[in-house]
Structures are given as structure tokens and as C-alpha cells.
Design a protein around this ligand. Structure first.
Ligand code: URA
Length: 274
């Protein structure tokens, strides 16, 4: 039924009222901030919230409006691929056709600094949820048109950007080779030097959702892309840089929003790129 509310996201097609594009944040507070519903009123500087659709399970979703009236869904994926896969499946079912993930990431290349943004063109996808959707060998590639649009917007806004290959993995600590900041100091041998191994493969960053999102995009016929705020420089340290995080997150949100606003959707229909 078109109007049926989906179990996890808590809303249905009727609630979207024709909106087909979503900004998908891992963090519910970022989804709220994008939509003008942050707890701290000073953070509500981007869009006007038209309607809160749901806060079920912390998967906060809002319909938000640009000053000229254009509307977008600001939704939450939760952390990691299992949660994202449920949300993306249900978003597709209620009529979303384009998804831009607005996330955070740790860089593993010396020239990719905290504060900048990484736009992923494809992912090394080491994610169990994605294996349930397509074979391991299936490419985890972003939609080229949406991805170029993000790059062009970042350039126009003067935001420091990087485009390249992303490693999407299932854990923040062991899977990204963290031992100093991890409770578990005994990484499996193959993970002990994983950041350096990936650096030599010309991968630029670690995060936890893009690969599964991209595979789902290709299987489901959705245009998907990912922009991440760089909040850790893994070449220097394992920690999150809290000061740079504010700058980086602001940059990623601004670029994603301006991209949605300016988007020429001619080539985003799946008939142009399957
Ligand atoms: N998210 C990640 O998955 N890794 C980081 O280092 C930072 C954010």
C-alpha cells in the first residue's frame, strides 16, 4: 500500500508528498541540524523544517525546505551498514530515488586534512550487510552525475575537497586498525597495519556506510553519492579532532545542501545510467 508507514523509518510514501531526494546522516542530531530542528537553536541555520516525520529508534527524519520552496528529506541511517541497509530499503520503498550520504570520516592520506571533505567515487566494501544484497565482487560505485555535482559545488563554495576511493568497513576500532584508543589492544595480524596497506592502495579514507549504500544504489536503481567531513587524520593520530570536526561538518553540510538545491536531475533517472 502506497501510504503504509514503514516499520523502521516510521513514515510512508504519503508523508513524503512527492519528495524524491534524501540527505542521509549517520547521526540523528546532524539530520535534525540540516533540517532546522537541532536542539541548539544556533545550529538551525540551514533549512526550515516543514515537518518532522519520525524519531522512531533515533532514525530522525524531516521534510525540510530551502528559502525558494524546494524540499528535501533529511533522514538518519544510524551507525554502520546493517542499520543503513534497513533505512535505504525502506526509503526506496516509499519513493526516494536519490540519496546523498552526509557523513564523517578518517583520512589515511597525508594530504587529506581534518576540516576538508572527501567525496567518494567508489568504495572498497568490507561490509557484511552488502554481501546479503549483492556478491562481494559487485562494484560499490557512486552515481557519477551526483558525485560530479558534489565536486562542482565544493569547488564553487571554496571548500577544500578530495575525490577518490573510500574504505567502508564494519567497525570503527578493529576494522580501521585502531589499537591505542581501542579497549581491544590485540588486533588480528591482518588488521594491525590496515591503514598503511590501504594508503598504499591509494584509498583516501575510512568510514562505515558508503560501500553498502553504493551497492544498494546500483541494485535498486537509486542514484547514490557520499560526502564526508574529515574529522580524524589517521596518519597523525587515532583520535577525532573535535575543533576541526565543527568546520568539516559545516563544510560537508553546506556542499550537500547546495548540491541538492542546484541539482539538474536530468541524468539522475536510472534509465540514463544503469
Ligand atoms: N568515521 C569513521 O568510520 N572513522 C573515522 O576515523 C572517523 C569517522
Amino acid at each position: 500500500m502506497a501510504g503504509e508507514k514503514k516499520y523502521h523509518i516510521g513514515f510512508g510514501a504519503d508523508d513524503l508528498d512527492g519528495v524524491e531526494i534524501a540527505l542521509l546522516s549517520g547521526d540523528p542530531e546532524r539530520a535534525a541540524k540540516i533540517a532546522g530542528r537541532a536542539q541548539d537553536p544556533a545550529q538551525n541555520k540551514y533549512l526550515e523544517c516543514e515537518r518532522e516525520l519520525s524519531t522512531v529508534r533515533g532514525l530522525n527524519s524531516y521534510i525540510a525546505r530551502f528559502p525558494d520552496g524546494k524540499r528535501v528529506l533529511s533522514a538518519t541511517s544510524g551507525m554502520g551498514a546493517p542499520s543503513l541497509s534497513i533505512v535505504v530499503n525502506e526509503l526506496a520503498a516509499v519513493g526516494i530515488r536519490q540519496i546523498i550520504r552526509v557523513g564523517t570520516t578518517g583520512s589515511i592520506q597525508p594530504d587529506v586534512h581534518a576540516g576538508s571533505v572527501v567525496i567518494s567515487r567508489a568504495a572498497l566494501c568490507r561490509q557484511g550487510a552488502a554481501d546479503d544484497i549483492a556478491p562481494k565482487e559487485y562494484p560499490a560505485a557512486a552515481n557519477p552525475f551526483l558525485t560530479v555535482a558534489l565536486v562542482e559545488t565544493a569547488q564553487k563554495l571554496g571548500v577544500e575537497w578530495h575525490i577518490g576511493l573510500t574504505a567502508s568497513v564494519d567497525s570503527f576500532y578493529e576494522g580501521q586498525g585502531r589499537s591505542d584508543t581501542s579497549f581491544n589492544k590485540h588486533l588480528q595480524p591482518w588488521l594491525q597495519d590496515i591503514a598503511t596497506q590501504y594508503q598504499h592502495l591509494n584509498i583516501i579514507n575510512f568510514e562505515m556506510e558508503a560501500g553498502t549504500l553504493f551497492k544498494m544504489g546500483s541494485v535498486y536503481g537509486l542514484a547514490t553519492a557520499c560526502i564526508c567531513a574529515v574529522i580524524a587524520e589517521r596518519v597523525q593520530a587515532e583520535d577525532i579532532d573535535e575543533e576541526k570536526k565543527k568546520i568539516a561538518e559545516e563544510n560537508a553540510i553546506r556542499v550537500a545542501l547546495q548540491t541538492v538545491h542546484d541539482l539538474d536531475s536530468t541524468y539522475l533517472d536510472a534509465k540514463f545510467w544503469r
